[in-house]
Design a protein around this ligand. Structure first.
Ligand SMILES: CC(=O)[C@@H](O)[C@H](O)COP(=O)(O)O
Ligand SMILES: NCC(=O)COP(=O)(O)O
Length: 243
């Protein structure tokens, strides 16, 4: 299973101050250097984190691993994909004003809008993926409109995991993976995945090709890195020792 690191949250911190700290592109390069299999960005219309310039820089500079652009069907996003040609484009439904993604496509309803976009992605050699809820019934629909992959929305699984009973949600994911394989659609997964909830998912659905993770990976970085940061700053404010 491949890990594509979503760098949205680094851009969010940078944008809160202006300037270029943290440097999103430099971190993306370092994340690749640390072994990540890919970089994901989800440029939103309000540019609250990843900007079109970030997306262009990632596509141009991250060339040794896969790049994954996530976004809705708005023209500006699709133009960005056409010019940047990331490895993969994941189409994600967006509700105006949402804090984060909270649902997958209703493929039966919106397939007529998705299909021409999937066809265009194929023409330009960009692998396509559809963000969907865990539901085996959706897999033949995704195959019929030409999706190369689906990305299973793992938010409900993550919530169930936190509540202490994830069995039903994980069974749903496993059944969806099997249904996708039966119709030749590859499976990715993402949203609210953590070091902890990845355990059962990796164990029971090892056929998942890629997970994209941003929020909790960044929170984990704070957890494992904050102590060192405080100590470095204590050192920096300590009076210099006289020789
Ligand atoms: C589709 C998906 O689950 C992620 O791309 C998520 O939407 C990240 O977006 P935010 O970082 O804006 O929450
Ligand atoms: N596609 C999911 C993604 O890129 C990151 O989601 P999250 O880990 O920030 O919830």
């Amino acid at each position: 299973m491949k890990l594509s690191v979503n760098v949205n949250k680094l851009a969010l911190i940078r944008n809160s101050r202006g300037g270029n700290a943290p440097d999103v592109l430099d971190f993306a390069r370092r994340i690749v250097g640390w072994g990540a299999h890919g970089i994901t960005v989800h440029p939103r219309a309000d540019q609250r984190h990843i900007t079109p310039d970030d997306a262009r820089a990632v596509a141009a500079q991250i060339t040794t691993v896969e790049t994954n652009f996530e976004g809705d069907l708005r023209e500006e996003f699709l133009d960005l994909v056409m010019t940047c040609r990331p490895t993969q484009c994941t189409l994600v439904p967006v509700t105006p004003g949402e804090i984060t993604s909270h649902r997958g496509w209703d493929v039966g309803r919106w397939g007529f809008l998705l299909e021409p976009v999937l066809r265009k992605l194929k023409e330009i050699g960009v692998r396509s993926s559809l963000f969907v809820e865990a539901d085996p019934k959706v897999m033949p629909q995704a195959a019929a409109i030409g999706a190369d992959r689906v990305e299973i929305y793992t938010g409900p699984y993550a919530q169930a995991f936190d509540a202490g009973d994830y069995r039903v949600e994980l069974d749903r994911i496993v059944a969806t993976v099997k249904a996708a394989q039966a119709v030749g659609v590859g499976v990715n997964a993402g949203h609210d995945l953590t070091v902890e909830n990845l355990g059962p998912l990796v164990q029971e659905a090892p056929e998942i090709l890629e997970v994209s993770i941003g929020h909790h990976l960044t929170v984990h970085a704070l957890e494992v890195g904050m102590e060192r940061s405080v100590k470095d700053y204590l050192q920096a404010v300590a009076p210099a020792k006289k020789p």
